[in-house]
Design a protein around this ligand. Structure first.
Ligand SMILES: Cc1ncc(COP(=O)(O)O)c(C=O)c1O
Length: 313
C-alpha cells in the first residue's frame, strides 16, 4: 500500500511531517496561551494579503514582547515554502490556510527562544458554506471581549479561552449560531474569529478596533466599498443597530463576507441572504481574489457533506 503524503510543517527551523512536529508540554503556548498567530489563506493556491498578515503578526509579536528571531522577509519565504510544499495535498479547486504560530517558548526569561511554527490547515468549508444562501445566525453571550485595559484586542493572541466559552454558550442557545461578544461598554465587538459589518441606508458600518481585532478582511471590504462608491465607516454599534440593520455580514479570512439573517433567535435583514450591498462586496471580492468565493465555498461544503455521509454509510 502506498503511504499517503503528509502535510509539511516548519518547526523551529526544520521542515517535518505534521505527525512528527512535537512541542514540549512545558511550552508556554500550551501552559499559558502565551503566543500570537496568524491565518493566511490561499486563492488558487496563492497567498492573499500576505504582507498585511505578516505585518499584523510582527505588530502582535512586538506588543507581546516575543522575538521570533526571524525577519518579516524570512517569514514571508517560509509561508511561500509552506504553500509550495503542501499544495500537492490539496485539490486544484480547493484552497487552504497557513498558520504561523509563535509562542514565548519554554520560559519567560529574556533571551529564551520562542517556539516558531508555520503549519498548513484545511478551510472548514462545511462549517460555513451553506450560510451564503441561508444566512448565518449570531447570539450575544454573557462572555465579553477583554477590555483594552487587559490587552489590546488588535493583538492576535493564541489565548482564546473567553472566545471558546462564548462560542460554547452561543451554541447552547442556537446550535447554528456564531457567538457575538460585546465589549465591557455594551458595544458590539466581534465573533471568536470574525468581525461584523452592518449596512444601514447604503452605508457599511463596523466597530472600531478598540474592542476587536483589526480584520484584514474588513480592510479589504472597506477598499472594495471605496472603489464601488459605497460609504464605509468605523463606529460604535449596539445590538439595536444590528437588529434594525438592512444587512449584516461577518468578515474573516476563510469566508470573506458571510451574510447574517438571525440574531438572538430573531429574524433580521428580512431573512434575506445576501443583501444587495453584501452581494456587491462578494462579487468584487471574487474579482479581486480570482475565485468565485461563494461558488467555491458552496461546492466544497457540499463535497465535505458527501464525504461525511459516505463515511457514515
Ligand atoms: C478575534 C478575531 N476577530 C476577527 C478576525 C478576522 O480577521 P481577518 O479578517 O484578518 O481574518 C479574526 C481572524 O481570525 C479573529 O481571530
Amino acid at each position: 500500500m502506498t503511504q499517503k503524503a503528509e502535510r509539511q510543517v516548519y518547526l523551529n527551523g526544520q521542515w517535518v511531517n505534521e505527525s512528527a512536529a512535537k512541542v514540549s508540554i512545558s511550552d508556554r503556548g500550551f501552559t499559558a496561551g502565551d503566543g500570537v498567530y496568524e491565518a493566511i489563506r490561499t486563492f488558487r493556491h496563492k497567498p492573499f494579503r500576505l504582507d498585511d498578515h505578516l505585518e499584523r503578526l510582527c505588530n502582535s509579536l512586538r506588543v507581546a514582547r516575543i522575538d521570533p528571531r526571524l525577519s518579516m522577509e524570512q517569514m514571508k519565504a517560509i509561508v511561500l515554502e509552506a504553500i509550495e510544499r503542501n499544495r500537492p495535498l490539496f485539490d486544484a479547486d480547493d484552497d487552504f490556510k497557513i498558520y504561523p504560530t509563535i509562542t514565548r517558548g519554554l520560559s519567560m526569561k529574556a533571551g529564551s527562544p520562542a517556539t516558531v511554527i508555520f503549519a498548513p490547515r484545511s478551510i472548514s468549508w462545511g462549517e460555513f458554506g451553506r450560510h451564503y444562501a441561508t444566512g448565518a445566525h449570531i447570539v450575544t453571550t454573557s462572555v465579553r471581549k477583554q477590555p483594552p485595559e487587559c490587552y489590546d484586542a488588535k493583538v492576535k493572541s493564541t489565548s482564546r479561552f473567553h472566545h471558546t466559552l462564548a462560542d460554547i454558550e452561543a451554541a447552547l442557545v442556537d446550535p447554528e449560531a456564531y457567538c457575538l461578544m460585546l465589549g465591557m461598554d455594551g458595544n458590539v465587538a466581534e465573533n471568536r474569529s470574525s468581525n461584523i459589518c452592518i449596512v444601514r441606508k447604503g452605508r457599511i458600518e463596523t466597530p472600531s478596533p478598540m474592542h476587536c481585532l483589526r480584520g484584514i478582511t474588513t480592510e479589504v471590504v472597506f477598499e472594495l466599498a471605496s472603489k464601488l462608491g459605497i460609504p464605509a465607516v468605523e463606529k460604535d454599534i449596539q445590538m439595536y443597530d444590528v437588529i434594525n440593520a438592512d444587512e449584516v455580514f461577518l468578515t474573516a479570512t476563510s469566508f470573506c463576507a458571510l451574510p447574517v439573517t438571525r440574531a438572538n433567535g430573531q429574524t433580521i435583514c428580512g431573512g434575506k441572504a445576501p443583501g444587495p450591498v453584501t452581494q456587491r462586496i462578494l462579487d468584487a471580492f471574487s474579482d479581486l481574489a480570482g475565485v468565485d468565493v461563494v461558488e467555491q465555498a458552496t461546492r466544497r461544503a457540499a463535497r465535505a457533506k458527501e464525504k461525511v455521509l459516505a463515511n457514515a454509510a
